[in-house]
Design a protein around this ligand. Structure first.
Ligand code: SF4
Length: 336
């Protein structure tokens, strides 16, 4: 989706036509010329704005590019093209020092609390590392900041000298959250933060993230494949398919009445509590390869409503209600 999806107020984060293509022949180098033909288009023209204090949920099937989107926004991986502005600053114009200074305001909570924590470092070292890089200070001051941050996530000074393998999954994710928060960021990418946890623990971590958002005024990009989780935490939702946003709108209305056939199919796949049969068409077939995405609308090989035009021309994003945009030929001309 390449249309600007601007909310009313100045955004904290503004993403325009962001692209990340991987050259499978040559690793992760920047793509030029012929290499484009061998490009895996993980993120392919994504645009949206994010208000301060807002949570934007990003949903889609595995491999749709949502995690790459989060990492590319933070410039943990270099974009192939497009623009990311944070608080009005174009990240692409910053040198290494400028990017380092801005990056402390933008952090990430990773999916896997087992793999994302260095098993040979103590909690004090893991959580304090960012502070010692960005704000070098005496060890006692770093320890005090670590203890303070641990307290925010439900841990304490008793945990300082322990190693990750001495904690449960939920506690490890609390350590991961503390590591992200110690630099007092304004924006946090939550990349599937509960998907590796038991269901009983997921609710605790989601409640913690919501509490921290309220207390610290955080802004989240919340990436998940789990619609129930996204519905619980998000103010708005973006639906991704093959590297593109196909629908973006207010959480309540989009999840109640999704407009795009892909979003409808995603919701139809969620079991209903009352056991009633899903009213909408379920998803059929596999996601096509992002190496060779279908021409026209990328969803057309799986779409029950596909028309001739869908195989030929990509749909243009249309606003179908205030703040609700969908990219589908069914909505071109104003009729659904
Ligand atoms: Fe289906 Fe066509 Fe809409 Fe794509 S543009 S989702 S193929 S109806």
């Amino acid at each position: 989706m390449t249309a600007a999806l601007a909310p009313a107020e100045a955004p904290l984060l503004s993403v325009r036509d962001l692209r990340k293509h991987f050259d499978l022949r040559r690793g992760l180098r920047r793509l030029t010329g012929d290499a484009q033909r061998h490009a895996l288009r993980a993120v392919d023209g994504v645009s949206f704005d994010l208000r301060r204090g807002e949570t934007l949920g990003v949903i889609g099937e595995s491999g749709c590019g949502k995690s790459t989107l989060g990492r590319t926004i933070l410039r943990l991986i270099e974009p192939t093209g497009g623009e990311v502005r944070f608080d009005g600053v174009d990240l692409g114009t910053l040198d290494k020092a400028g990017l380092k200074a801005l990056r402390r305001r933008m952090q990430i909570v990773f999916q896997d609390p087992y793999a994302s924590l260095n098993p040979r470092r103590t909690v004090e070292q893991i959580v304090g590392l960012g502070l010692s890089i960005h704000e070098p200070r005496p060890a006692a001051a770093i320890r005090a900041a670590v203890v303070d941050t641990l307290g925010r996530v439900g841990l304490s000074s008793a945990h300082l000298q322990r190693y990750p393998n001495q904690f449960s999954g939920g506690q490890r994710q609390r350590i991961g959250i503390a590591r992200a928060l110690i630099l007092n960021p304004e924006f946090v990418v939550c990349d599937e933060p509960v998907s590796a946890l038991d269901v009983s623990i997921q609710a605790q971590i989601l409640a913690l993230l919501e509490q921290l958002k309220r207390e610290l005024g955080l802004t989240y990009l919340f990436i998940s494949h789990d619609l129930a989780v996204v519905a619980h935490v998000s103010d708005r939702v973006a639906v991704m398919y093959l590297g593109q946003i196909v629908e973006l709108g207010p959480s309540r209305s989009l999840l109640r009445e999704p407009a795009h056939p892909y979003a409808q199919a995603l919701l139809a796949a969620v079991p209903r509590i009352d056991g009633a049969p899903a009213a909408r068409q379920r998803l059929a077939g596999d996601v096509p390869s992002p190496l060779a995405p279908p021409a026209g609308c990328r969803f057309h090989p799986r779409c029950p409503h596909a028309m001739a035009v869908c195989r030929q021309a990509p749909p243009t994003p249309r606003t179908i209600a205030p703040g609700h945009v969908v990219a589908c030929h069914l909505y071109e001309g104003g009729a659904a």
